[in-house]
Design a protein around this ligand. Structure first.
Ligand code: XMP
Length: 507
């Protein structure tokens, strides 16, 4: 199958380049920017994209790509840092800009290029850089400029090397998708071969290879990713698979019931482990979010290791998807935001081999596969719930009492959003329980109780998010129910922060 390689230099939008191209129906793979040329099988690579990144090319330790890629005759597109890196490697000049060019900018196209096919002479693009390209290597020509960047885009038609200083992958660049389309189809001549059916075939083949005759445990979390992983593995390796659901005491009310039902419907072997006591005991007195995640990750692996030793399993399968890996700093040059427990939170050493069949998929791709597998809409569109569960929605120490408050609040919030037809329109809606108390008046009496933070966010892929502007009347309804029905709560506040600068979860 034709594919586009993306060499990652740590840019915030590397994943977006990949998503946009997959949305066009072409498979992509993201690899570390400095991967040696010799490690890559180029047979189906139709094009290479060099991503953006936070470094400056002239810094001593800045990431560079293997020069041999540039001699491979495969079409190349450099974006932002990638645009500068190509010039730097090929003998042009990069300088620190005076101020920087950030946000929407007018781009003037000054020369015909297949990259800009069907674009107007002037287009709006999105910039985010300080360094600028000052002079081009031999045989390269300028194809576009802006007020700040004399060389905002260039090409070498013979070598099929192109560079753009702006970001075509972000939606603010109005014709960004057109530019990527031009690169992928017109220049690289890639075929549209990335469809759900193909994804499933590839994953199943890999599962056969990875598991073979070995016995594998699969960690079910209650979310769609681990269900899809379970169904796919079960369909090719039924006898070797045992799915485990660990009841941590930190999950939503209906999770356990739903998992049982699904295991019956899809006929996978399921074992439920009641481990509430172990989790609460180990979380006692723990306040720091990363510590909570690490502790939860450790108990998880301990339980899996226990079962594995006893029943002779040696592989642990998880439903980790691509965005989990990025946010846990698992890609080479990106920074660590949080240790998602199903990846970064796990201890480094275990005798279990970790296998993640969905590791290269985005959420919308997993959802498409789930739809094909006839998983019901309620489950596919159910809001994401973090692996560490309510532990990271309780600020401060996690106790069974506090979990009960948050669990009840979650139910109320979800019920009201469903009634108002909002539930399926948003990415997530949840309560966060704070550790402070405030004064209120209830039934003519002074009260001194916890506040709940109501967080409702919209997102395309979890990498960025906006708080949802829901009607005041609905906020009021939720607030009334939370304070009326949960006796420990006397105040509700709405979180009006986007991601960035905040994250969706509070911890
Ligand atoms: P943040 O808070 O990082 O969340 O903006 C992005 C998405 O990831 C979920 N999330 C987690 N999922 N383990 C998980 O399995 C975790 O530790 C974790 N932390 C955040 C979060 O619910 C949101 O959908």
């Amino acid at each position: 199958m034709d594919k586009i390689l993306i060499l990652d230099f740590g840019g915030q939008y590397t994943h977006l380049i990949s998503r946009r191209i997959r949305e066009l129906g072409v498979y992509t793979e993201i690899l570390p920017g400095n991967i040696p040329f010799s490690e890559i099988n180029l047979s189906s690579v139709k094009g290479i994209i060099l991503s953006g990144g936070p470094s400056s090319v002239y810094e001593k330790n800045s990431p560079k790509c293997d020069k041999r890629f540039l001699e491979s005759k495969i079409p190349i597109l450099g974006i932002c840092y990638g645009h500068q890196l190509l010039v730097y490697i090929l003998g042009g000049k990069i300088e620190k800009g005076v101020a920087g060019e950030y946000g929407l900018t007018e781009l003037e196209i000054i020369k015909n290029s297949p990259l800009f096919f069907k674009l107007s002479k002037k287009e709006i693009v999105w910039m985010n850089h300080q360094d600028v390209v000052k002079s081009l290597p031999k045989d390269f020509e300028i194809i576009a400029k802006t007020n700040y960047s004399e060389i905002a885009a260039y090409q070498n038609l013979k070598k099929k090397i192109f560079g753009v200083q702006f970001h075509p992958e972000v939606s603010h660049t109005k014709k960004g998708v057109e530019i990527l389309k031009n690169f992928v189809f017109k220049i690289c001549q890639a075929k549209k071969e990335w469809q759900t059916k193909k994804m499933v075939e590839i994953i199943k083949d890999e599962i056969k290879r990875e598991i073979g005759n070995e016995k594998a445990l699969l960690a079910l979390s209650g979310g769609i990713d681990s269900f899809v992983a379970a169904i796919l593995v079960n369909s090719v390796s039924k006898d070797n698979l045992l799915c485990i659901y660990i009841d941590t005491g930190l999950m939503r009310e209906e999770d356990k019931k739903m998992i049982k039902k699904l295991s019956e419907k899809y006929k996978f072997k399921l074992k439920i482990i009641n481990a509430q006591k172990e989790f609460f005991k180990n979380l006692k007195g723990v306040i720091h979010p990363e510590e909570k995640r690490k502790i939860i990750g450790k108990i998880f692996i301990k339980i899996f290791e226990r079962i594995a030793k006893r029943e002779k399993y040696n592989i642990l399968i998880q439903g980790t998807i691509y965005s989990d890996r990025i946010e846990s700093g698992q890609t080479k040059y990106s920074s660590k935001i949080k240790s998602h427990h199903n990846v970064g939170g796990l201890p480094k050493r275990s005798f279990l081999k970790i296998y993640e069949p969905l590791r290269n998929l985005y959420k919308d791709e997993v959802r498409r596969i789930a739809k094909d597998l006839k998983i019901s809409k309620e489950i596919i569109k159910r809001h994401i719930f973090p692996g560490p569960g309510f532990a990271i929605r309780i600020i401060g120490e996690v106790t069974p009492k506090k979990v009960a408050i948050v669990r009840k609040a979650t139910k109320i919030i979800e019920e009201e959003l469903k009634k108002a037809n909002y539930y399926y329109k948003v990415w997530m809606a949840f309560p966060v329980l704070l550790s402070i108390k405030s004064v209120g008046i209830q039934g003519d009496k002074r009260s001194y109780k916890y506040p709940i933070v109501l967080r409702i966010v919209e997102s395309e892929d979890a990498m960025t998010a906006n708080f949802t502007k829901i009607p005041y009347s609905l906020l009021e309804k939720i607030s009334q129910r939370l304070t009326n029905e949960i006796k420990e709560i006397n105040r509700v506040v709405y979180d009006i922060t986007n991601k960035p600068p905040a994250t969706m979860e509070w911890e």
